[in-house]
Design a protein around this ligand. Sequence first.
Ligand SMILES: Cc1cc2nc3c(=O)[nH]c(=O)nc-3n(C[C@H](O)[C@H](O)[C@H](O)COP(=O)(O)OP(=O)(O)OC[C@H]3O[C@@H](n4cnc5c(N)ncnc54)[C@H](O)[C@@H]3O)c2cc1C
Length: 452
Amino acid sequence: MTLDRRHFLAGAAGASATLLTGCATPGAADKPMPFFIGTAGQSLMPRGKAPRVVVAGGGWGGLTAARHLRKLAPQAEVVLLEKNPVFFSCPLSNKWLVDVVDDSFLTHDYLRVADRIGYRYVQCEVTQVDRAARRLHTTAGWLDYDYLVLGPGIRYAYEAWFGDDAEGRAAADATRRRFPAAYIPNAEHFTLKRALRSFKGGDWVMNLPPPPQRCPPSPYERAYMVAWYFKTNGIKGKVTILDHKPRIAPIGPGFKAAFEELYKDYITYVPNAHVQQVDPFNQRIRTSAGDMHFDHAVLMAPHQAGDLAWKADAIGRRPDGQATGWTDVHPQKLHLQGDDRVYVIGDAVGQVSPTFRFYPKAGHVANQHGQIVAGYIAERLAGREPAVRLPDNLCYMMVNASPREAISVQFDYQVGAEGHIEQKQIDDNDRRAGLVVENFRWAGLKFEDMFG
Ligand SMILES: Cc1cc2nc3c(=O)[nH]c(=O)nc-3n(C[C@H](O)[C@H](O)[C@H](O)COP(=O)(O)OP(=O)(O)OC[C@H]3O[C@@H](n4cnc5c(N)ncnc54)[C@H](O)[C@@H]3O)c2cc1C
């Protein structure tokens, strides 16, 4: 049976998932209208007396921040800028790939959510951030901010594979179109699902990029769901996991047991497979662990903070001047180093600790960052110094779709004696149905927190 959102949310976030193609108007806070035609050179909306908080990027982090700002800082004008008309959730998308949940479980239209919660939503792309002037330029016009929350998610650094000349860009484009990673919502996910449905057999290859990456355990979950699909539908296919790491992590023993007991005939796991060359035209991949042809592949170039973070000049630098690829934030306050009017949330957040380095790039963490930063801004608007809050993380990974079974991992954080954030990791490797139930309960609560 395919589950839809109603089974879990009991109507709480029961907005229909109508796929809108229009834009929201910035002009009507109480009643957004479906279409707004703006141009880049005009002012997007006039300044009122209220302080303005702009949230750029309406993913797991941005949606949470916008909703909590509305609640915690009712005196502020809250504006959400998002390039897509419809939200598509990456969490649970591996289950959607094999029809454990349907489209309506993963999608929400932004306009309805903004309308219900009472912030302004503008469908547009942020093209430039002028931090000195506290002004954003977008495809629909420019607007000024008092506080800015950046939640841009990630980008794929295809140039690490192909270089940045015309030929390289063509290879990157072909890779993204034909063999997408499907780690950025949402068109890529549909390409991936179509590829799985039309796969007639042969070699299905997935590579894992070097850390840090978005949701480290989810590529294994995806490989297992694809293997389950082959096994269930009698498809003579083999999934090869080319892992940059020396072993499966996190929840390695749980994934390994599922591999041994359920998918030995369907999965080949290759550790230490560092990608050296990718040829999307001849369907070949070369790694330090070997060279292979593929019939279909999920090709994952290294991850970095989304383009918007680069446009905001928010990327950190190493001592040699090289970009770190991730934003340079105050580890506990989450604003940019040197600019306390600009906060970063979610996957784009850079190193926060010298020991574990990065928070897991997970929707759970992005959601918590959204809450935390909304609280920080509300406190500052009220003239108070915010107390530091740290996130936690909880991730469920389905390893079998019949019967439905999952494993999970939890992370807790605290500030240690040295003043650094410390991480505690608890793996639950015991594959069982109860964790699937918990996973859907978790999703229901998160969606309620983001969509009201
Ligand atoms: C297959 C898969 C499974 C996963 N499973 C889990 C899981 O089980 N649990 C979990 O916690 N996490 C999971 N994750 C990770 C989770 O999806 C991410 O960590 C989370 O989405 C990060 O939130 P974010 O707000 O930082 O980025 P996103 O959710 O990606 O949001 C970024 C938003 O910014 C918008 N944007 C970017 N640039 C611009 C611009 N210039 N102008 C306007 N808008 C812009 C984008 O359109 C997007 O909507 C999974 C990810 C994948 C791919």
